[in-house]
Design a binder for this molecule. Structure first.
Ligand SMILES: N[C@@H](CCC(=O)N[C@@H](CS)C(=O)NCC(=O)O)C(=O)O
Length: 276
């Protein structure tokens, strides 16, 4: 089936000029572009997400640790089928089923594995949200966004305390991020423990001077083969968010870590990064 009318894709508006920055909507954008489906982006201010979802009758799909629901993007409406979906993974599954003749997002029998990988990668990057010091939030809604986040702090107190305990501030957070991405790099290299050399010496700088064990490839830019799958878009989406939201200097470091793997990954996904 080919959609006669564009799919409406709801993404979070940035400061002007409008650009995509939020991780989960990036997963959907990659999926829509890779499948080559017609769509148009409808930009939504962060404080208006709840109203949008309530108006469309799509329930919140996240909850704060105290059980309070909260509303998120992405969300799509497919006029061809009248489908309305408000979770990036559910959207990927829907697109795969509704448009089977378009390039596949999943290799056969890998949906469960991809769901687990998605959760793992979400948790990894979320731990380093404090590095997003330059997130392009729209200043016109900054006060409302600040109030939303302040209201969440109480509900998330225990979790935030745990994160703070796990990550001392400043450069150490960057080194911890490098270590975490070193673990993820093993998936690209199809290896187990042998890439620990990357950070054994204590992270950025010293780590970059160390050489990979002989015979260990650099890996990437895709997890398995010459074509990306949804799992590649999951990692790419978070990298896109970090690119848009970290300081240019910190992002420049990330691009070079693990032999430049993350720079190669994000560059290889450029083909499917178009904003329509
Ligand atoms: N499980 C959801 C998570 C979506 C999500 O957390 N979206 C974030 C942007 S990356 C959001 O909309 N946040 C709004 C907020 O924090 O108020 C999905 O995969 O779609």
């Amino acid at each position: 089936m080919t959609s006669p009318t564009p799919i409406t894709f709801y993404d979070i508006a940035s400061s002007p000029p409008l650009r995509a920055f939020a991780a989960n909507p990036w997963k959907t954008r990659f999926a829509l572009n890779y499948k080559g489906l017609p769509y148009r982006t409808h930009w939504v201010d962060m404080p208006s997400i709840a109203t949008l979802r309530q108006t469309l009758g799509v329930p919140a799909n996240r909850t704060l640790p105290d059980g309070t629901p909260f509303h998120t993007l992405p969300l799509i409406h497919d006029a061809a089928t009248n489908a309305l979906l408000g979770d990036s993974f559910e959207i990927a599954l829907y697109l795969e089923t509704a448009y089977p003749s378009h390039p596949p997002l999943f290799r056969p029998s890998t949906t469960g594995l991809t769901a687990a990988f998605n959760a793992h990668v979400d948790a990894l990057f979320t731990r380093f949200a404090t590095l997003c010091t330059h997130a392009p939030f729209d200043p016109r809604v900054a006060d409302a966004v600040g109030a939303m986040f302040a209201a969440r702090v109480g509900a998330m107190a225990a979790e935030l305390q745990q994160r703070a305990g796990a990550q001392p501030g400043g450069v150490k957070v960057l080194v911890a991020f490098e270590q975490a991405l070193g673990e993820l790099a093993k998936a690209y290299r199809h290896t187990g423990g042998t890439t620990d050399y990357v950070w054994r010496a204590g992270g950025t700088g010293e780590a970059q001077r160390q050489r990979a064990p002989t015979g260990l490839g650099e890996g990437g830019p895709f997890l398995d083969g010459d074509e990306p799958v949804y799992a590649d878009f999951v990692v790419g989406a978070w990298l896109k968010m970090m690119e848009a939201s970290m300081s240019a200097e910190d992002w420049g470091c990330v691009r070079t870590w693990q032999g430049g793997l993350w720079g190669r990954v994000v560059d290889a996904l450029d083909r499917w990064s178009e904003i329509k």
